[in-house]
Design a protein around this ligand. Structure first.
Ligand SMILES: NC(=O)c1ccc[n+]([C@@H]2O[C@H](COP(=O)([O-])OP(=O)(O)OC[C@H]3O[C@@H](n4cnc5c(N)ncnc54)[C@H](O)[C@@H]3O)[C@@H](O)[C@H]2O)c1
Length: 266
């Protein structure tokens, strides 16, 4: 019970349609398995409810809440709901991020609308969620924020807005860490590599009119460790460590969860 009696808000705790488990849903489930009360927040309430039901089925504590990260008021309401319901806020996990699903493109095809949409979803949403969580965490003199970036911040990645926002997520997390260290609030960021999640694999298969197996094999071949993508559980376990008191002296860290992709040379 590594998160016994903790209260966690997981934003993006539903998942896109497709096979397997998403990073956000897996994280919400892992947090609850380790004793946290989890508010599963998502733009798609039904998907967040499904996550909360999976947690309840295992005997965990969870509730679902609808919020769209592009709307600050809904994020404020989600944080306030968790705080009112369970009396504290120990963990904020910001999982929402989109790439092709948000209309991101290479620079020659990128529109202003797509740039604004992907930036608002990937970056502004996390910043606004933190804005509303921090006063509670600062007053408590404790809290752990885990943000989700991507190895796309560092490795070659063709779509402009995804890469730029995921790199900004690292800078923002470092700023959060240093500005909130005196209050005992930690902030760390995970850089997932190639993961076998519905958003990453099924969306690419759908958009590219390819089979899921074909997209999965292409991604597997790029992973040094065992030649296989990671899963949502790999991200969830890293998030669990960073959110728990085991990471008590760790803040401002960028942790790749990528099967060695970032150290592959050539
Ligand atoms: N899957 C990968 O290979 C991979 C690699 C690197 C980074 N990541 C990052 O991991 C995170 C999650 O990816 P995933 O594959 O688990 O996706 P997912 O589709 O399983 O989960 C994302 C959730 O976010 C929700 N969401 C989307 N827009 C929203 C909005 N405006 N407001 C509220 N909720 C919204 C979706 O409904 C969905 O439930 C993203 O930040 C992604 O960039 C994924």
């Amino acid at each position: 019970m590594r998160l016994k009696d903790k209260v966690a808000v997981v934003i993006g705790a539903g998942q896109s349609p497709g096979e397997g488990i998403g990073n956000g849903r897996a994280t919400a489930i892992r947090f609850a398995q380790e004793g946290a009360a989890v508010l599963a927040v998502d733009r798609h309430l039904a998907s967040a409810e499904e996550t909360a039901a999976l947690i309840a089925k295992e005997g965990g504590k969870a509730a679902a809440f609808e919020a769209d990260v592009t709307k600050e008021a809904t994020l404020a309401a989600a944080i306030a709901h968790a705080h009112q319901k369970w009396g504290r806020l120990d963990i904020l996990h910001n999982n929402v991020g989109v790439s092709i699903a948000g209309g991101d493109a290479r620079i020659d095809e990128l529109t202003e609308e797509a740039f604004d949409r992907v930036s608002a979803i990937n970056l502004r949403g996390t910043i606004m969620a933190c804005k509303h969580a921090l006063p509670i965490m600062r007053a408590q003199k404790s809290g752990a924020i885990v943000n989700i970036s991507s190895v796309a911040a560092w490795v070659d990645y063709p779509l402009v807005c995804y890469r730029a926002t995921k790199a900004a997520m690292i800078a923002f997390t470092q700023q959060l860490a240093i500005q909130n260290a005196p209050f005992g609030v930690r902030a760390n960021v995970i850089l997932p590599g190639l993961m076998n999640t519905p958003m990453a694999v099924d969306t690419r298969a759908r958009v590219g009119n390819r089979s899921r197996a074909d997209v999965a094999a292409e991604r597997d071949a790029k992973v040094p460790l065992r030649g296989k993508m990671g899963t949502g559980w790999d991200v969830a376990n890293a998030a669990l460590f960073l959110a728990s008191d085991e990471a008590n002296f760790i803040t401002g860290v960028s942790l790749p969860v990528d099967g060695g992709q970032m150290v592959k040379v050539g």
